[in-house]
Design a protein around this ligand. Structure first.
Ligand code: HEM
Length: 179
């Protein structure tokens, strides 16, 4: 008499999955279905051939180039200071109308006297330098220059008109081409 337990105990039965069952399984179930012990070769030819979509490449990580600011030089500190009534133009005088040439801007390219033209406005950023999250050095490379392109390249979302309203000393003289 057949012991009856043969089919349950036969290692061959328990190790080889039934292909008709597999045909109705999802790929993840298929991958979890094997009871094959380590070292025993599975009959892979009976598994459904499903092509997995290639994983999407991870988006490039944005590396922050923010620097550590001196204590007391956060954005909040700057906003409070610039609203305090202190002259933030470094004694040049607040103006939204004074027309300034690029040649004049270029003369002010020192940390102790730093002008910059951005989006048509000229700012004396001497007092802002230490508050810049990107650091003083990167700003000083543009000291005395028209820096709109680099400003926008790094952070076009920064509201410079508001942030430096207390530092505006004029507007940049636009150049006209002689035809
Ligand atoms: C004087 C005008 C400028 C102001 C008011 C200003 C303001 C700011 C502010 C608020 C941030 C922080 C941005 C954030 O949290 O997302 C920042 C970061 C930065 N700024 Fe400026 N910026 C000025 C000019 C410039 C210029 C001309 C350059 C490049 C030549 C520059 C380069 C950077 C860089 C590299 C960072 C760090 C960005 C990061 O990796 O998160 N900034 N700036």
């Amino acid at each position: 008499m057949n012991s009856g337990g043969d089919s349950l105990l036969d290692p061959a039965d328990s190790l080889v999955p039934v292909s008709s069952d597999l045909a109705t399984m999802s790929i993840s179930e298929t991958l979890n279905a094997s009871n094959t012990p380590a070292g025993v070769e599975e009959n892979k030819s009976e598994l459904p051939q499903t092509v997995m979509p290639a994983p999407k490449p991870a988006p490039p990580k944005k590396v922050s180039r923010k620097v550590e600011l001196k204590p007391g030089h956060s954005l909040t500190h700057w906003v409070n200071r610039s609203k305090s009534g202190e002259d933030m133009t470094n004694k040049v005088g607040l103006s939204e109308t004074r027309v300034i040439t690029l040649q004049e801007v270029a003369k002010h390219n020192q940390e102790s006297d730093c002008w910059m033209a951005i989006r048509g406005k000229v700012y004396n950023i001497t007092k802002y330098l230490d508050y810049h999250p990107g650091g003083v050095d990167i700003l000083m490379k543009e000291a005395g220059k028209e820096a709109t392109a680099l400003f926008d390249k790094n952070h076009r979302w920064v509201n410079i008109e508001r942030l430096l309203a207390s530092c505006q000393i004029g507007v940049l003289k636009t150049m006209t081409l002689a035809i």
